[in-house]
Structure formats: C-alpha cells, structure tokens
Write a protein that binds this ligand. Sequence first.
Ligand code: G
Ligand code: G
Ligand code: MN
Ligand code: NA
Length: 255
Amino acid sequence: LNLENALSEALARKQFELYYQPIVQVSAGRSHVVGVEALLRWWQGERLVPPDEFIPALEETGEIVEVGDWVLQQACTQVQQWQQDGLAGLRCSVNLSSRQLQEDGFAQRVATILKETGLPAASLVLEITESLLMRDVPDTLATLRELESMGVRIALDDFGTGFSSLGYLHRYPLHIIKVDKSFITKAPDDDRLKAISRAIIGLGRGLEMDVIAEGIETPEQMDFLHTEGCNFVQGYWFSRPQSASMIHPILVKLS
Ligand code: G
Ligand code: G
Ligand code: MN
Ligand code: NA
C-alpha cells in the first residue's frame, strides 16, 4: 500500500467511507439497537483497504488527526440524521487515536462538531484503548474530564488485550467497557475464557459502567452473556459493519 500523497487525494476524492455496526441492548428476551459504532473504510478503486493496513500509517505521520476529524464530523452528521428520521436517542460511537486526543483544544473541537451537526453530546461515545491511556500524556486526564463535563461518554475499547491496569478504571473518567472479541469468541466452550469474561462483566457492573461484549457471532455466545448479566452486545450475529444506506433498514428492524 503506497500511502505517499495518498491521503490528501483520498480526502479530496472522497475515497473514505464510514461503515456502521449496531450496538444492541438485550433485556428480558427483547433486544433493541441503542447505537452504532462508526468504522472507517478506504476505497482504492475497487479495493477496500482494511483499517488495520492504513490507520497505523496515518497515526505514524499524524495524518490521522485530519482524517479523525472528518470521521467525527461524518459520524455525528449521519447519526443526527438517523435520529431525526425516527431512531430517537441513537448513540454514535467513534474510535479515537491517541494523536487526536493529544491535539490542543481537542475537547473544544468536539464541542464545535456537536454544535454544527446538532448531535446531542449525550449521544456521542468516544472509544479509546488502554494503550492510549498507558502513554500517560499529562493532558489526557484533563481532556477526558472536559469531554465528560460536556456530557460525552468515554468507552474503553478492546478491554483486556492491552497492558491493562485496573488503576486506569479509577483514574480516568470512563463510562463503558468493551470486552474484547478475543475473549468472547471462544468463551462458551472455554472455562478459563468464561471466567475472564465473567470477571470483566462483574468489574464493569461494580463500577456502574456499561459493559459491551464485542464479536458476538452465535446464539450460544448470546446465552452465555445474558446469563452473566452483560446487557449490551455487538457482533456479526446482529450485523456486520455496513455502509450507511445498507445499515439503515437493519437499524430500523432492530429498533
Ligand atoms: O472495522 P474493523 O475492521 O475492521 O476495524 C479494525 C480496527 O480499526 C479497529 O481496531 C478499529 O478500532 C480501528 N478503526 C476503525 N475505524 C477507525 C477510526 O475511524 N479511527 C481510528 N482511530 N480507528 C479506527
Ligand atoms: O477494535 P475495535 O473494537 O474498534 O474494532 C472492531 C472490529 O471488530 C472491527 O474490525 C469489526 O469489523 C470487527 N468485528 C465486529 N463484529 C465482529 C464479529 O462478530 N466477529 C469478528 N471476528 N469481528 C467483528
Ligand atoms: Mn471500537
Ligand atoms: Na474492540
């Protein structure tokens, strides 16, 4: 993949697209969509380049800041539109890179985007990873607190896969834990993975955080999570990430 000069062209030629995956709340046998996670895609001609191939490169050069800004604007615009079209209260989850959070005035930039798009702050969730918190950049805490005070919620993504420190859960204003799909995938037939998933779910509940299990592909996994009291799920079982126009009828069906 040749990234040289590709970025400005990609933005100019609209080669980036957001896919969306539903986040579903399961309660007493009934499930309904509560939000979507925006996932970035890059079309190079007919080829869809997966984010694992280009996001690290954009992070390296710092270009992720510009692209991330576009992602936020685009996702907030889209979800606000879906709310207007009848999916009231639908939440919008956006993945952040550490470079974005380190930018001066990031929280104010988010405030501006919310104002311009009309998306309520309470509808926005920003997903960060443990590795981002590990860098322990001094302003991270202040920025996260500023976002929290605006009403934006923060999710800790891929939980359990990084160099987790439970201290992060205490030190930072975090509202949601996302249990990494690597724990969920094999959980129903693996007692050790089951124990780990159960512990993460219990931890989240004890801290009064929402817990979202990722990577749900089977009814067995649904049963297991339901038994453990995990009420939010995301995965191919409900829907793969899809373009905005493809996902809309699925959101309506799940609403
Ligand atoms: O959508 P999935 O294949 O394919 O995503 C792979 C990885 O890319 C995930 O870890 C996801 O968090 C990350 N990712 C997807 N979209 C974005 C984005 O807009 N910004 C950042 N920073 N990461 C993203
Ligand atoms: O790292 P992050 O959680 O932000 O990215 C989510 C990643 O998980 C994306 O690449 C998305 O395409 C992928 N994903 C979502 N649902 C499933 C699933 O049910 N199974 C698998 N294997 N991957 C999934
Ligand atoms: Mn994520
Ligand atoms: Na994840």
